[in-house]
Design a protein around this ligand. Structure first.
Ligand SMILES: [Zn+2]
Length: 58
């Protein structure tokens, strides 16, 4: 799972894009708007809202 520190880093670097996209199949982090995992070819891409993750981990 993502560490709180890593999430905070992303939120600070890209405050306008705080959604993390990750392959449901292998957990590979993908670019936003990518609908196929470059790692395993799965089309199951999950979008996690980093701000809600931060609130949850506080
Ligand atoms: Zn994958």
């Amino acid at each position: 799972m993502l560490s709180k520190q890593f999430i905070q880093q992303i939120v600070r670097l890209e405050p306008s894009s705080t959604t993390h996209h990750e392959c449901c199949h292998c957990g590979y982090s993908v670019e936003k708007d990518v609908d196929e995992c470059p790692q395993c070819g799965s089309h199951e891409i999950a979008a996690d809202d980093l701000e809600s993750l931060l609130k949850w981990s506080r």
